[in-house]
Design a protein around this ligand. Structure first.
Ligand code: PEP
Ligand code: MG
Length: 567
């Protein structure tokens, strides 16, 4: 058995599929000589064409002709003599096949990238895809496309970036195992959002687990089971069935209110990254969207979404939520979140660097496009705008003044928007929690981002499995900052929510409720369990435990106390 950190609950039982992201090292020089390099290119091209034709046929059969169109287009590009002509020329001129493919296709990518027409610009992504596949084939490096994995597989990888994860078709994947990462790395968060059982920080997974072997994972305990006997397989199948019954039994909480035994009402909200997830959240009866991570609209693509595209995505989410609040957080990139369309300079400490609101205030055109889209969408529901990574009043004021400029523009254009739109901030930097009283006077709501707040408070990288045991929402310093933020919000008469992963932690819920947290926003898969728990709690008694717990000295003591609460 292998063990890592369980980050997305559920049992997965399926064959393992290894995903390697190998560095493609491009050789220089003539290679094995002209004839041999020409033959290598022709063979690789023929194989890739055949594979792509098969992919198109399978996709058409399984998903439909429109989904297969992309692969038909790839076949046409691969068969185009104009694609191969410069490659043949370069090889005849003394270049090796890999280098020749790389140079010629880079020129083509640049050509498409610079086109005015957005449809043509998108074609650059197709050429990039073809280039990587051709080069991988020539180098003998296995290429695996995450968007079209065989049905019901468990992905085993050293690491998956958020954009890798965004490519996954959740209906095909029974589980994810990575060797690196922590509970709040974005891949873990996305796995929870997609309700895929996942384990991170599972050392040696890629070398120990055999390709194609039937394995089982438990996304709660972090255990990976191999060499399964028939009995064990039957046992896991039974557990999967039981979980699906339990899930069905929780469904009755989709239509109830989030109200404690003694009548205190809170919101149980969903964290989402796409309009599709807003529909799922609505189905699960979420009281609100507490965090729309808008950066996911910008991922897995080579161009930035324009104002209209964003407007439609926000509007669709608002319509799905039918007048319930939808908090959209403005672009939060940097740290571990990268955008292909907006390369950022490499930094020594990306989590302390050019990130989130800092980028938006620097690249104001980018920010204004998003704010205009958000304001236009606000005419269709209860949209709230939230700024990430606020560390000072100056940042809040600058961001708000850009919103005001956009409002003036829309007013003079005669475009509708919600003139009373709420503007709030994430409290995810200790500095913000420490000046929460001042910030609260200048915004309409807070949402505490514990994922970052913990890492910045205890100086522990949220994605680093080596220090994962130090990363804790039960650390007394973190709890103190949470309480300060909630109290400051209430003193200024504004609500305070939480959209970090701690909001969905059942153990912490009585304490957060007692502190007065107004909104608990979490992965959609946790909503019904959280609502059930809230209906079983007594607000008045939860208030009574706060002081005692805040006086404890260590995370372990807090955990013990919470485990043995009698309320
Ligand atoms: C957080 O930091 O708690 C948060 C919700 O933001 P993200 O996880 O996207 O950084
Ligand atoms: Mg954050």
């Amino acid at each position: 058995m292998l063990k890592g950190t369980g980050v997305s609950p559920g049992i997965g039982l399926a064959p393992a599929i290894k995903y390697y992201k190998q560095e493609l090292v491009i050789p220089e020089g003539p290679g094995k000589g002209v004839e041999s390099e020409l033959a290598a290119y022709e063979t690789a091209l023929a194989i890739i064409i055949k594979e792509t034709e098969e992919l198109a046929q399978n996709t058409s059969k399984n998903m439909g002709a429109s989904e297969a169109a992309i692969f038909d287009a790839h076949v046409m590009i691969l068969q185009d003599a104009e694609l191969s002509a410069p490659i043949f020329n370069a090889i005849r001129g003394g270049d090796n096949a890999v280098h020749a493919v790389c140079e010629s296709m880079d020129a083509l990518i640049q050509f498409f990238d610079e086109m005015e027409d957005s449809y043509m610009r998108e074609r650059a992504a197709d050429i990039k895809d073809i280039k990587v596949r051709l080069i991988s084939r020539l180098l003998g490096v296995e290429f695996r496309d995450l968007s079209s994995l065989p049905e019901k597989s468990i992905i085993v990888a050293n690491d998956l970036t958020p954009s890798d994860t965004a490519k996954i078709d959740k209906t095909h994947i029974a589980g994810i195992i990575t060797e690196v990462g922590g509970r709040t790395s974005h891949t873990a968060i996305m796995a929870r959002t997609m309700e895929i059982p996942a384990i991170v920080g599972c050392a040696n997974a890629t070398s120990t687990i055999e390709e194609g072997a039937l394995i089982a994972i438990d996304g709660s305990t972090g255990e990976v089971f191999m060499n399964l006997s028939e009995e064990e397989v039957a046992d896991f199948q039974a557990k999967i069935e039981l979980a699906s019954h339990q899930k069905a039994a929780l469904k009755r909480f989709a239509d109830t209110r989030s109200i404690t035994k003694d009548g205190h009402t809170v919101e149980v909200a969903a964290n989402i990254g796409t309009p599709g997830e807003a529909r799922r959240a609505a189905e699960l009866g979420a009281d609100a969207i507490g965090l729309f991570r808008s950066e996911f609209l910008y991922m897995d693509r080579n161009t930035l979404p324009d104002e209209d595209e964003q407007f439609f995505a926000y509007k669709e989410s608002l319509l799905a939520m039918e007048q319930k609040p939808v908090i959209v957080r403005t672009l939060d990139i940097g740290g571990d979140k990268k955008l292909p369309a907006l390369p950022l300079p490499k930094e020594e400490n990306p989590f302390l660097g050019y990130r989130a609101i800092r980028i938006s205030l620097d690249k104001q055109d980018l920010f204004k496009t998003q704010i205009r889209a958000l304001l236009r969408a606000s005419a269709f529901g209860k949209l709230r705008i939230m700024f990430p990574m606020i560390s000072s009043l100056d940042e809040l004021r600058s961001a708000k003044s850009i919103v005001n400029n956009c409002m003036d523009e829309l007013t003079s254009e005669g475009t509708a928007y919600d003139k009373d739109i709420d503007i709030g901030i994430m409290i995810e930097i200790p500095a913000a929690a420490l000046i929460a009283d001042k910030l609260a006077k200048e915004c309409d709501f807070f949402s505490i981002g514990t994922n970052d707040l913990i890492q910045y408070t205890v100086a522990v990288d949220r994605g680093n499995e080596r220090v994962a045991t130090l990363y804790s929402q039960y650390h007394p310093a973190v709890l103190k900052l949470i309480q300060m933020s909630i109290s400051a919000a209430h003193a200024a008469g504004i609500p305070c929510g939480m959209c970090g992963e701690a909001a969905g932690d059942p153990l912490l819920m009585p304490l957060l409720l007692g502190m007065g947290l107004d909104e608990f926003s979490m992965s959609a898969s946790s909503i019904l369990t959280a609502r059930k728990l809230i209906t079983e709690l007594d607000y008045f008694r939860c208030k009574g435990i706060v002081q005692r717990i805040l006086e404890l000295g260590t995370a372990a003591e807090v955990t013990e106390e919470l485990k043995h609460l009698k309320i």
